[in-house]
Structure formats: structure tokens, C-alpha cells
Design a protein around this ligand. Structure first.
Ligand code: SF4
Ligand code: SF4
Length: 167
């Protein structure tokens, strides 16, 4: 991850207590335009953040891999689904398949995803800041701010939008 993104994460960590208060405010006030605004901010932030200069999610988080994901990966790699699970997956404490090692075995040295068109749904949806009913994802978003610089920026911009002071 480039230094600029590390600084954004550090700043996000510094603001974590304020973010918690802001999200409590959001839960209480339930702004009607929340989904529209978050989706706009998501698009705006990902215009400036380049995931290929980051890859922190692929390096540190273990996404859940569903049976459907396994089938897709197997087709992509032209191997059997059982070989995918044997070679690349393990069962975690919640009884879900996750990658057996992190950084993800499909993350390449130049931060590309080797199975990008067939990556797990959880990878494709990360960091979930353009999902509907965002109000249900505030706790997850707070957690993702520890990993994803884009999430930190989206939270900042969201607080600015509602004129909520987070510093
Ligand atoms: S989604 Fe977030 S954590 Fe993942 S590579 Fe992009 S900016 Fe980094
Ligand atoms: S499958 Fe691809 S997108 Fe998902 S964690 Fe691995 S490298 Fe990242």
C-alpha cells in the first residue's frame, strides 16, 4: 500500500471515536437520502483511490467463499471444485470456507486479482459502500475503515455532507 493511503488509514484510526459518534447520530436520525449520498460518495472516492496501489483488503481480510464462488473459481481455473477447496481454502470458526492463507493466494505481485472476473461475491462487493440500506452496514463500515482508505474518505465526506463534525 502506498504511503498516502497508509496516512489516510492512520487518520481514520485517529478519528475512530468520532466516527462512532457520527454513526450513532446516523442511526438515530436515519437521513432519508443516505443511500443516494453514500453511493455518490462511493463513486467520487473510487475516482481518486486506485485499488491497484492498495490491495489491503486482498492482503489482510479473508472473504467468505461460498459454494457458488468455488464453482466459479473452478471453472475459471479449469480445475475441479474439490481441488479449489483442497488447494486454496480452509473452514473457519463460523464453518465458512475462507482462503487458507493471507495475503490471498490469487493476489499477484502487482496487486491484480488472478481470478478477477470470477472472484468471490464478498470480494466484488467490498467495501459495501454502494449497497442499499446502508444504515444496516454502519458497524461493518466502521470496521472496514481499519482496512480500506476509501472507506475512511467516504466517512469523512458523509460527515461533511451532514455537517457533522468528526474532529
Ligand atoms: S477496496 Fe479498499 S482496501 Fe481494497 S484495494 Fe480498494 S482501497 Fe484498498
Ligand atoms: S480473490 Fe481476488 S479480489 Fe478476492 S481477495 Fe483474492 S485477490 Fe482479492
Amino acid at each position: 500500500m502506498i504511503e498516502d493511503y497508509k496516512k489516510i488509514l492512520d487518520e481514520g484510526a485517529r478519528k475512530a471515536p468520532f466516527t462512532l459518534k457520527f454513526f450513532k447520530w446516523v442511526k438515530k436520525n436515519k437521513p432519508k437520502d443516505l443511500d443516494v449520498i453514500v453511493s455518490q460518495l462511493h463513486a467520487e472516492v473510487f475516482e481518486e483511490i486506485d485499488c491497484l496501489k492498495c490491495a489491503n483488503c486482498c492482503a489482510s481480510l479473508g472473504p467468505r467463499v461460498s459454494d457458488r464462488d468455488i464453482d466459479k473459481i473452478a471453472t475459471h481455473l479449469r480445475i475441479k471444485p474439490s481441488t479449489v477447496s483442497e488447494k486454496y481454502l480452509k473452514i473457519d470458526e463460523d464453518n465458512d470456507f475462507v482462503f487458507s492463507s493471507m495475503p490471498c493466494p490469487f493476489l499477484t505481485a502487482d496487486n491484480y486479482c488472478h481470478i478477477y472476473p470470477s472472484r468471490p461475491k464478498a470480494c466484488a462487493e467490498y467495501p459495501h459502500t454502494d449497497r442499499r440500506r446502508f444504515i444496516q452496514l454502519l458497524d461493518l463500515t466502521n470496521k472496514n475503515a481499519q482496512t480500506c482508505p476509501a472507506v475512511c474518505l467516504i466517512i469523512d465526506k458523509l460527515a461533511n455532507h451532514y455537517k457533522y463534525k468528526t474532529t
